[in-house]
Design a protein. Structure first.
Length: 285
């Protein structure tokens, strides 16, 4: 108590009031007037000069490691604190957060696609696989464009999963509801019916909408929004209109006659005629 209350000066060069005046919290024994129990304490330490984000993250990580090492020998809870820890703590768990959030989004895409595509398991798998490929390609574009993983890019990655569904689900649904029997013909019909809507209604509108961000003076808008959203839209269009139709011709879901009949009124007579016509039509490779 004397050390904490003593101000450093000529009479006492070791006074600790300035640095450690609030460093020890304790309860007082009402009977003796002495210290009954120490409840909390702190002490100061110093980092070397930190010049960039990597230095701050490394400094925080080492401080946590030191605290954990001390707790192994002391029966107390020890944790480090500094002003910049608040801002850089999230980067320590950022990779795990990216993996968890994207995994939850992919699972949600599969469940919703499975329900809305008439419980067609293969159609849901193909849609989810294409969305997953777009997300993986987004990581590659972020590396090429020197975009770091941070809370802003994490939010954009999560949003990219939802935006990618628009480019894939409509094509897959048109393929599943096509009245043709050949996968090639069904892919052609799906692309002919839905491709123009995806190109003009999704790709062009989003591209025009985000083009204004190219003139933003703020670096966060130009890098983390304009560049990333252009990549999302471009990759979604290429996967939805180029990759997905080809993928469906090889691994597309089998034709479900009951679903096609309900959706288009395609009866059994027309179905038999279409089957005979499809069998007579040669496939040119």
């Amino acid at each position: 108590q004397w050390y904490q209350r003593r101000v450093r000066g000529d009479s006492c060069t070791k006074g600790g009031h300035a640095a450690y005046g609030n460093a020890v919290n304790y309860t007082t024994n009402t009977t003796t007037g002495g210290v009954s129990q120490f409840t909390a304490s702190l002490f100061m330490s110093y980092h070397t000069t930190c010049r960039n984000s990597s230095d701050f993250i490394a400094a925080y990580t080492q401080a946590r490691n030191l605290s954990n090492l001390m707790m192994e020998n002391v029966n107390a809870t020890i944790y480090p604190y500094s002003v910049f820890y608040v801002y850089y703590e999230m980067y320590v768990t950022m990779v795990n957060q990216v993996a968890i959030n994207l995994s939850v989004c992919i699972v949600a895409v599969f469940i919703v696609s499975f329900v809305l595509l008439n419980f067609n398991f293969m159609a849901a798998v193909i849609t989810t696989t294409t969305v997953l490929m777009i997300t993986v390609n987004m990581f590659g574009m972020m590396y090429l464009l020197d975009i770091n993983i941070n809370p802003v890019s994490l939010v954009n990655l999560v949003m990219s999963v939802g935006i990618s569904v628009e480019f894939c689900s409509h094509i897959t649904r048109s393929f599943a509801l096509s009245r043709h029997f050949s996968r090639v013909e069904r892919a052609k019909e799906a692309l002919a019916k839905t491709g123009s809507s995806v190109l003009s209604g999704i790709f062009m509108t989003k591209l025009i909408g985000i083009s204004v961000l190219a003139f933003a003076k703020s670096q966060i808008f130009e890098i983390y929004y304009f560049r990333m959203y252009v990549c999302i839209v471009a990759l979604g269009m290429l996967h939805g209109l180029v990759f997905l139709p080809v993928f469906l011709t090889f691994f597309g879901p089998a034709r479900n006659s009951s679903v096609v009949e309900k959706s288009s009124g395609f009866g059994k007579i027309e179905e038999e005629e279409e089957r005979n016509r499809s069998e007579r039509t040669p496939l040119l490779l």
